[in-house]
Design a protein around this ligand. Structure first.
Ligand code: FAD
Length: 394
């Protein structure tokens, strides 16, 4: 059997690796000259170094991610704190604190003032239990309260990072899935991880080398415009491309942007190498060598704001948080306009399953019905599922 895979993002690569490992001949088409899609690194001539299209934060409980990296030999390419610790800075007050979970399943960290979010009581964390029962129509902010120190300083940033959708319109169901696999299983499953060097170095280039070494036919710069009738095909393209290639498909069609601002600036990475910021525009900051890199999610609201204005706002947050000078260093603003589909109840209902009406065509991608938000973990699981469906017919 030969399987054609269209799309060389992490979903397509995961499908290709699973099929190749099972002895299936794979032909993978990637439209761009470099694979990776929304998870890629490239050289930025202005900054004079390689950058990622956006910071990607993973958790140790992302077991499909870890298995994928182990398979292609790059598990040790991730870094991060050795403990489940999340440093935060409130740019409105200048306060720094660290959320320190314990490793085990019993969350005794919520009983410790020194470990939990400042200004919160143990009983506030019962809000997390409400998420356990979340259904697709439950919206995050109304479900968990939507006010107070725990919401502002932990639940809201967590929800925005996981769902890339404003919490007042985002469904709590995919957040429930993330929490069930990480925080609820304990700190050992919630340790932050991110690539030491870059996304392509961890997820993309080694996978392509691994595939080619095993005889897979990887075709970069190969945009597929039509499906070949009868050919066994995994469509691992973005949702809107899948709908063009297969017009009968119903797919999520509303998206949220993510902004990344990369500043040429070196600071001490501290214990974790990153910080969550609240009370400003900047949301997550990663200190990677000479680059200080900032993520702003659910960013459609900034669509009309000029890059220079945004850079000034974000730099002001960094200057306050880390005591940096007022002068903005060399920087690059990267706007991923369709970073992920909007995780609203209506959009979640448009996520299709792996199998299509055509038994020869399977779907993969973070927008398929994985139960998870649009993340690398979801994308890899979707690729594995499409490969297994192709292998087994189920
Ligand atoms: C800025 C940003 C930050 C993010 N942060 C996080 C994070 O912190 N944690 C996390 O887990 N996830 C994060 N994500 C989400 C994560 O990147 C995606 O879920 C994942 O990369 C999606 O992979 P995919 O393979 O499903 O899709 P894609 O990466 O979109 O891959 C699809 C591929 O198909 C190719 N293609 C399109 N049309 C054709 C065609 N006609 N023929 C051939 N090839 C075609 C594209 O070029 C692309 O390479 C972030 C995303 C962005 C954009």
């Amino acid at each position: 059997m030969t399987v054609t895979i269209i799309g060389g993002g992490v979903a397509g690569l995961a499908a290709a690796c699973t099929l190749t490992e099972c002895g299936v001949k794979v032909v993978l088409h990637e439209a761009a000259k470099a694979a990776g899609g929304r998870c890629r690194s490239y050289f930025d001539p202005m900054l004079g170094c390689r950058i990622d299209n956006g910071n990607h934060l993973l958790l140790s409980g992302n077991y499909a991610v870890m298995a994928y990296l182990a398979r292609v030999g790059t598990l040790d390419s991730l870094t991060g704190p050795v403990r489940p610790v999340f440093p935060f800075v409130d740019v409105a007050s200048g306060t720094h604190w660290k959320l320190r979970m314990n490793r085990g399943r019993l969350p005794w960290w919520v009983f410790s003032k020194a470990r939990r979010v400042p200004g919160t009581r143990t009983s506030d964390y019962l809000a997390l239990l409400k998420l356990r029962k979340a259904e697709i129509d439950d919206l995050v902010a109304p479900l968990v309260g939507g006010t107070g120190a725990l919401y502002r300083n932990l639940l809201e940033p967590l929800a925005i990072a996981a769902l890339n959708t404003p919490p007042d319109v985002a469904s709590a169901a995919p957040l429930r899935a993330v929490i069930a696999e990480t925080i609820e299983r304990g700190g050992a499953h919630s340790i932050p991880r991110f690539p030491k060097v870059g996304l392509s170095e961890s997820f993309i280039d080694p996978a392509i080398d691994w595939l080619m070494a095993r005889g897979a036919d990887v075709r970069l710069g190969s945009r597929v415009t039509d499906l070949t009738p009868g050919a066994k095909t995994i469509l691992a393209v973005p949702a809107w491309v899948a709908a063009e290639l297969m017009p009968s498909l119903r797919v999520p069609n509303e998206h949220q942007a993510i902004l990344n601002l990369h500043f040429k600036c070196r600071i001490d990475p501290g214990e974790a190498g990153f910080w969550g910021l609240v009370g400003g525009v900047a949301e997550w900051v990663f200190a990677k060598g000479d680059i200080l890199s900032v993520t702003v999610s659910a960013a459609n609201k900034y669509a009309e704001i000029e890059n220079d204005v945004l850079a000034a706002k974000v730099w002001a947050d960094l200057a306050t948080a880390f005591g940096l000078g007022a002068e903005i260093p060399a920087h690059r603003v990267v706007r991923e306009k369709r970073a992920t589909f909007a995780a609203t109840p209506a959009q979640l209902r448009l996520r299709p399953p792996t199998r299509t009406a055509d038994p020869n065509i399977m779907l993969a991608g973070d927008w398929t019905d994985t139960g998870l938000p649009a993340t690398i973990e979801g994308a890899i699981r979707s690729g594995n599922a499409a490969a297994m469906a192709m292998l087994t017919g189920y």
